[in-house]
Ligand binder design. Structure first.
Ligand code: ATP
Length: 377
């Protein structure tokens, strides 16, 4: 009996995995997706992050069956759904525009798919109340859609999408129309919802902070519709594999240089600056002596001070060009002696209370070699 339960739950989980195999899609002769292969893990919160127009929505529409591939295959678990009709796919989508029926109540909006299936009233009521509870809208069932705020309307759209218990929920920039505070609140609610349902969530966004917040795993798509990197938010943020990823996910400082020592103490020479010591976590075959490359240093990994401090592997100097005070943190923009700019973020409470850094001050910039990421030139 126990074995059967495990086998069933394993099968259940595998059913919700999405796999793209060599998928291509063109519009009006322009290839948007070209030979894309991607595995979206079952039962996880997966974020697809990429710049506007790179093809994220197109990928979702291919899974939903709203577009068809030119070539390649799409699987949901072990089932090939490439040419499966929309109504047979156990997939639902929540869009940025809520697409609710304004003339129906909250209850009837959520009940819609069950009404079409002519389910019994008692069943419909139970399911609608369950779904409304999930999205914190119990008590709103008789309200008119037009009387709801944007956040509440999006919750109705979510309830409507989960009521039919899809294996996959596709979320296409669902919070884009909401203000920042509400967006942050709903992001947390979405994480909790996914955790309860264990449905595979695929969340499409061009907002890196949203993707970093929600995702168990994420993929970064570039302007050409290619996947540049897949990993956990931490892996992607801390170890970006390309300049595109380093720049797109979070803020970073990129300097170009040459690798002048690989084996002893890996070192990069940056034109017009002191040498930068680096730590090579995983050797790549392009990391050869003399190669041109880029280094990426996250602004929050740099410590700024007018004092001389020991214990850091790297030390540069810069002149303060601009200061932006954000309350909890301060952003300094610095001019290095080679004419390049560097950005530093300081958490205000961590900073020496007595030290005042002002425009035009010459400051020391310290960072550890472990916080320098090497990127292919
Ligand atoms: P955004 O973040 O702005 O929503 P996206 O990454 O989701 O962008 P898509 O909406 O998938 O991008 O569009 C990718 C490209 O395909 C765009 O250049 C778009 O104009 C084009 N495109 C999408 N759908 C169609 C269509 N039905 N007909 C013609 N071109 C289309």
């Amino acid at each position: 009996m126990f074995g059967v339960v495990i086998a069933d739950s394993l099968k259940d989980t595998q059913m919700r995995q999405i796999r793209f195999e060599n998928v291509s899609k063109s519009f009006e002769g322009e290839e948007i997706i070209s030979g894309l292969s991607l595995e979206i893990p079952a039962g996880k919160f997966f974020a697809l992050l990429g710049p506007s127009g790179c093809g994220k929505t197109t990928l979702l529409r291919l899974v939903a069956g709203l577009e068809s591939v030119d070539s390649g295959r799409i699987f949901l678990g072990d089932q090939d759904i490439t040419y499966q009709p929309i109504f047979k796919r156990r997939v639902n989508t929540v869009f940025q525009q809520y697409a609710l029926f304004p003339h129906l109540s909250v209850f009837e909006n959520v009940a819609y798919s069950l009404r079409i299936k002519r389910e019994k009233e008692i069943f419909v009521r139970e399911k609608v109340f369950d779904a409304l509870k999930m999205v914190h809208l119990l008590g709103f069932e008789n309200k008119n859609i037009k009387s709801l705020s944007g956040g509440q309307q999006q919750r109705v759209a979510l309830a409507r999408a989960i009521i039919s218990e899809p294996e996959v929920l596709l979320l296409d920039e669902p919070l884009a129309a909401l203000d920042q505070k509400l967006k942050e609140k709903l992001l947390i609610e979405l994480i909790e919802l996914q955790d309860k349902l264990k449905t595979t969530f695929v969340y499409v966004t061009h907002d890196q902070s949203e993707a970093l917040t929600v995702a168990d795993k994420m993929a970064i798509m570039n302007h050409d519709g290619h996947i540049e990197q897949i990993g956990t938010p931490k892996q992607i943020y801390e170890f970006p594999v390309s300049r595109f990823v380093a720049n797109f996910v979070g803020n970073t400082n990129i300097l170009s240089g040459k690798l002048i020592d690989v084996d002893n103490q890996p070192t990069v020479e940056v034109k017009g600056l002191d040498r930068i010591l680096v730590y090579i976590q995983a050797h790549k075959n392009w990391m050869i002596l003399g190669c041109n490359l880029f280094v990426s240093i996250r602004p929050e990994k740099i410590f700024i001070s007018k004092k001389e401090i020991s214990g850091f592997s790297n030390h540069l100097q810069g002149r303060v060009d601009n200061i932006i005070y954000y309350g909890r943190s301060t952003q300094y923009s610095l001019m290095l002696k080679n004419g390049k700019k560097l950005i530093v973020f300081e958490q205000n409470e961590e900073h020496f209370p007595q030290e005042v850094i002002d425009y035009d001050d010459i400051v020391n910039l310290y960072f550890q070699k472990e916080n320098v990421v090497l990127l292919q030139g």
